[in-house]
Design a protein around this ligand. Structure first.
Ligand SMILES: NC(=O)c1ccc[n+]([C@@H]2O[C@H](COP(=O)([O-])OP(=O)(O)OC[C@H]3O[C@@H](n4cnc5c(N)ncnc54)[C@H](O)[C@@H]3O)[C@@H](O)[C@H]2O)c1
Ligand SMILES: O=C(O)[C@H](O)[C@H](O)COP(=O)(O)O
Length: 380
C-alpha cells in the first residue's frame, strides 16, 4: 500500500509506516501525477482535493488532519466512493488558547481586565462552544450565534446581538452554498453595525471577512481593532492590511503540538477502521513531555495580576505576530515566507499541558485557572 502524505504532518512515519510505504510531499504543490498510484492520501488545509487531483488515481481514502474541509470536494469524493475523514476538534483548544492570548494582550495594552469585555462568538461548534465555556467560567459575559444549532447549554442569541459585543470572534467553516453562507459574512455593512471600538478576531478562514472592506474600515475607524490569523489572499498577506491590524499571525491558531498530533492520530484511527485493522497505538505515549510542566506563584498572589502573566508564559501571541511582521518586512516573496513560518513553527503546547501549583489558602481561584484551560495542583 502507498501512502502519500503532506510533508508538514507530524507522526506520519510512527503511525503509518507499518501499513505501507510512506511518501512525503509538499502539500501546496501536490499534483495529480504525485498521487496517481497512491492508495491513501493524507493532507492538510493547503492541498485542494478534487477531481483535478484525484481523477484516474488509485486513491481509496483521503484524510485531512484539520478541522476545516473547505479545501476538499466532499461531494465528488462521495460520488466516487472514496473514503474521507477530517479531524473534528483536534486543535479546538489550541484555537481557544490563541483567542485568550489575543484578548489578554489587547487588554494589557488598554489597562483592562478580560472581564471588562463582552465577547460575541460566531459559530458554536467545536472551537466556538469551548471558547464560550472557558470564557464564561472566567467570568466574561459571552454571547453566541449559530443558526444550525439548538443548544440550550450555551444558550444562543441573534447575529445582531453578537456583533454588538466588544469582541467578535469568528469560528465558522468557510461555506457558500448553505442557508447561512459564511463567505464575506463580515462585510462593509456588518463592520459598520459593529461598535466603533470593537475587536474583530478571525481565526476561522480568511474569506469569512471581506479583507478589502476590513482594510477600509480600519483606515476610517481608528478605534476599531482586528486580530487576523487567516487572510483572504493566504499564503499572500497584504502588507497594508498587516500594518493596520493589531495582531497578525500566519494561520497558526491551531498549531499547538497537541493539536497537530491529535489531528494525525484521529485520521490514523479512522483509516484503521476503514481498513478493518486494530488501532494499537496510544496518542498519550507519543506526545513528548512539555518543556514547562508546572508554575507556582508567591503566597497571596492576586488572580487578576497573575493570570495574564500565566497566559503569556503558556502562549504569547505577540511572538507569532512579531514573526509574521518580520517575515513580511524582510522577504521579497511573502507567500514563501508565510509557508516557511508555518513549516518551521516552534513547539507550542496547549494550556492544558501546564499545571498551576498553589497553596490551599490561595485555592479559591483554582476553578478560574481550570476554566482558562490550565491544570491545578493544590498543596497544603
Ligand atoms: N486558524 C486555525 O488554525 C484554525 C484551526 C481550527 C479550525 N479553524 C477553522 O475554524 C472553523 C470552525 O472550527 P470548528 O472546529 O469549531 O468547526 P465545527 O464544524 O465544529 O463548528 C462550526 C460551527 O459553525 C456553525 N456555522 C456554520 N455556518 C454558520 C453561520 N453562517 N453563522 C454562524 N455559525 C455557523 C456550524 O453550525 C458549526 O456549529 C473550521 O471550519 C476551520 O475553518 C481554523
Ligand atoms: O482547519 C484547521 O484545522 C486549521 O485551519 C489547521 O490548523 C490549518 O493548518 P494546515 O492544515 O494548513 O497546516
Amino acid at each position: 500500500m502507498k501512502i502519500v502524505a503532506d510533508e508538514n504532518m507530524p507522526l506520519v512515519e510512527s503511525l503509518f509506516q507499518e501499513l505501507g510505504e510512506v511518501v512525503r510531499l509538499p502539500g501546496r504543490s501536490m499534483t495529480a501525477d504525485d498521487v496517481k498510484d497512491a492508495d491513501i492520501l493524507l493532507v492538510r488545509s493547503v492541498t485542494k482535493v478534487n477531481e483535478a487531483l484525484l481523477s484516474g488515481s488509485k486513491v481509496k481514502f483521503v484524510g485531512t488532519a484539520t478541522i476545516g474541509t473547505d479545501h476538499v470536494d466532499l461531494d465528488w469524493l462521495a460520488a466516487q466512493g472514496i473514503g474521507f475523514a477530517n479531524a473534528p476538534g483536534c486543535n479546538a483548544h489550541s484555537v481557544v488558547d490563541y483567542v485568550i492570548s489575543a484578548l489578554i494582550c489587547l487588554c494589557q495594552d488598554e489597562n483592562k481586565d478580560i472581564t471588562d469585555l463582552t465577547v460575541g462568538v460566531v459559530g458554536a461548534g467545536n472551537v466556538g462552544s469551548r471558547l464560550v465555556h472557558r470564557l464564561r467560567k472566567l467570568g466574561v459575559e459571552v454571547k453566541a450565534y449559530d443558526p444550525f444549532l439548538e443548544d440550550d447549554s450555551l444558550p444562543l442569541t441573534s447575529f445582531e446581538e453578537v456583533i454588538g459585543c466588544d469582541v467578535v470572534s469568528l469560528h465558522v467553516p468557510l461555506t457558500e452554498d448553505t442557508d447561512y453562507p459564511t463567505y464575506h459574512l463580515i462585510d462593509e455593512d456588518v463592520l459598520r453595525r459593529m461598535n466603533r471600538d470593537a475587536i474583530l478576531i478571525n481565526s476561522a478562514r480568511g474569506p469569512v471577512v471581506d479583507n478589502a472592506a476590513l482594510k477600509q474600515h480600519l483606515i476610517l475607524c481608528t478605534e476599531f481593532k482586528a486580530v487576523l490569523d487567516v487572510w483572504e489572499t493566504e499564503p499572500e498577506v497584504e502588507r497594508e492590511l498587516l500594518d493596520l491590524v493589531d495582531l497578525g499571525t500566519a494561520h497558526i491558531a491551531g498549531y499547538s503540538l497537541d493539536g497537530k498530533y491529535k489531528g494525525t492520530f484521529q485520521i490514523y484511527s479512522q483509516i484503521c477502521h476503514f481498513l478493518g485493522l486494530p488501532n494499537r497505538k496510544q496518542l498519550s505515549q507519543m506526545l513528548p513531555e512539555p518543556d514547562l510542566v508546572q508554575v507556582g506563584f508567591a503566597k497571596g498572589s492576586v488572580f487578576e495580576e497573575v493570570f495574564p502573566r500565566l497566559v503569556q508564559v503558556a502562549y504569547d501571541i505577540r511572538r507569532d505576530d512579531r514573526a509574521l511582521r518580520r517575515a513580511v518586512l524582510r522577504s521579497a516573496n511573502i507567500s514563501e515566507a508565510f509557508d516557511l513560518l508555518r513549516k518551521n513553527y516552534p513547539t507550542r503546547r496547549e494550556f492544558s499541558s501546564l499545571s498551576v501549583k498553589m497553596r490551599r489558602n490561595d485555592s479559591a481561584n483554582s476553578p478560574k485557572f481550570e476554566a482558562a484551560g490550565f491544570k491545578v495542583k493544590v498543596k497544603n
